[in-house]
Write a protein that binds this ligand. Structure first.
Ligand SMILES: [Zn+2]
Length: 340
C-alpha cells in the first residue's frame, strides 16, 4: 500500500485480505494526523479493488479504487461528527445500520469508516455495539479514535486494535525525500510535523499552511515578550478575527485549539532545551526565539506555562467561554517582571 510509515499495520491488513481472514471490525487509534483515515481508506481500496496487483494490495487505478479514494464509492460509508457539533449521534448509527443490512452493491464488501469514534455519545456507542456483536455478512467496520481508552471497553474488545504512533523523524524525512522533496525541506517538514505523516503531507500540499504556522508562532513569541496589556489586546484582536472568519462558535473553538497546539510545540521545544535533552526541536525555524525565551525563564515557569496551555485547550474543548479561557491563559503564561 502506498502509505508513509506504519509498515507493520499495512502488512497485517494485507495479510488478512490475502488469507481471506478479514475481521468484521478494526479499530485504528493514534494522535490526530498520524494517518488513521489514510490507512483505513487504503484498506478499503484493497478490500474492493477490481484488479489487485497482488493478494491484499490495491491498484489505485480502477474505478473502485478511484471512487473509494474520492469517498464516492457506493459500498463505502463514511460517518463522522459535524465539525461544529463534535458528537456522533445515535441517529447516524441507525442510518448506517440500515445501509449495512443491504448486500454490497458493486464491491466484495460494504465498508463503513467511522471517523473519530471517541466523539460518539453513549447511546450511539451502544447502538454500534449491536452491529459489532452480530455483524452482517460482507461488512467491514473501520473505526478510528485518538485513544482506545476513550471508547467503551466492549467496543474495543470486539475490534482488531491497531495502535498507530508518530514516525521517527529520520524515517519520515527519508520517506519525504523518496517522494521527491528536497533534502532541506524534508528535514524541516518532518520536524515541524512532529513525525506525523498526515501533517507533513498537508503542509507540503498547502504552502499557505506553512506561512500561517510561521505567523502564529511569530505572534506567540512576541506575545511572550509583551506585558499583560499587550496580551489582552492580542486576545481581543484574535477573537475579532475568529468572529469574522467563522460563523459557528464550534469552528472558532476548533481553530483556537489548532493554534494553541502550535504554541504547545513551542513550549515543548523550550522545555527540551531547558533540560538539555538533546532531541532536535520541532520548530527549527523558531530556534532563536525559543532560545531567548529559555534564557530568560526558570524551567519551572516553562512547565507552568505548558500546564496552562494544556488546561486552556481542555477548557475550550469542554465549551468554556472562549474569550475568558484565552484571557486566563494570558495571565497564566510566564510574564517578565513588569516594567515601572
Ligand atoms: Zn483498484
Amino acid at each position: 500500500m502506498d502509505i508513509i510509515g506504519h509498515d507493520w499495520a499495512t502488512s497485517l491488513l494485507q495479510s488478512h485480505i490475502a488469507r481471506g481472514q478479514t475481521r468484521h471490525a478494526y479499530l485504528l487509534t493514534g494522535p490526530p494526523n498520524v494517518g488513521k483515515s489514510t490507512l483505513a481508506i487504503r484498506f478499503a481500496q484493497a478490500l474492493n479493488c477490481e484488479q489487485p496487483p497482488k493478494p491484499g494490495e490495491y491498484c489505485g487505478e480502477c474505478k473502485i479504487c478511484e471512487r473509494t479514494l474520492a469517498g464516492s464509492f457506493s459500498d463505502l460509508h463514511i460517518l463522522q461528527s459535524a465539525a461544529h457539533e463534535r458528537t456522533i449521534k445515535v441517529d447516524q448509527i441507525r442510518e448506517l445500520q440500515h445501509k449495512l443490512s443491504l448486500t454490497p452493491y458493486e464491491g466484495r464488501f460494504r465498508v463503513a469508516l467511522l471517523r473519530g469514534f471517541h466523539e460518539a455519545t453513549d447511546q450511539a456507542s451502544n447502538a454500534l455495539l449491536k452491529t459489532l456483536e452480530e455483524p452482517p455478512e460482507k461488512v467491514v467496520l473501520l473505526l478510528t479514535a485518538t485513544a482506545a481508552e476513550m471508547l467503551l471497553p466492549t467496543i474495543v474488545s470486539r475490534c482488531e486494535h491497531l495502535q498507530l504512533r508518530p514516525m521517527a523523524l529520520i524515517d519520515l524525512e527519508a520517506a519525504l525525500i523518496e517522494r521527491g522533496e528536497d533534502k532541506d525541506q524534508a528535514h524541516f517538514i518532518a520536524r515541524i510535523a512532529g513525525g506525523l505523516p498526515g501533517m507533513a503531507l498537508r503542509m507540503l500540499d498547502d504552502p499557505a499552511a506553512l506561512e500561517t504556522r510561521a505567523t502564529h508562532l511569530n505572534e506567540f513569541a512576541k506575545l511572550l515578550r509583551g506585558n499583560l496589556g499587550d496580551r489582552f489586546s492580542f486576545v481581543e484582536a484574535w477573537e475579532g478575527r475568529l468572529r469574522r472568519k467563522f460563523d459557528r462558535l464550534g469552528d472558532r473553538r476548533t481553530e483556537s485549539i489548532r493554534v494553541l497546539e502550535l504554541w504547545l510545540g513551542f513550549f515543548y521545544d523550550a522545555l527540551h532545551l531547558a533540560y538539555d535533552v538533546g532531541t532536535p526541536i520541532s520548530n527549527p525555524d523558531q530556534s532563536e526565539a525559543i532560545e531567548a525565551f529559555v534564557e530568560s525563564r526558570a524551567p519551572s515557569e516553562i512547565i507552568d506555562g505548558l500546564k496552562a496551555l494544556v488546561g486552556t485547550m481542555e477548557a475550550i474543548s469542554a465549551n468554556a467561554n472562549l474569550r475568558l479561557a484565552l484571557e486566563t491563559l494570558m495571565l497564566d503564561l510566564p510574564t517578565r517582571v513588569l516594567e515601572e
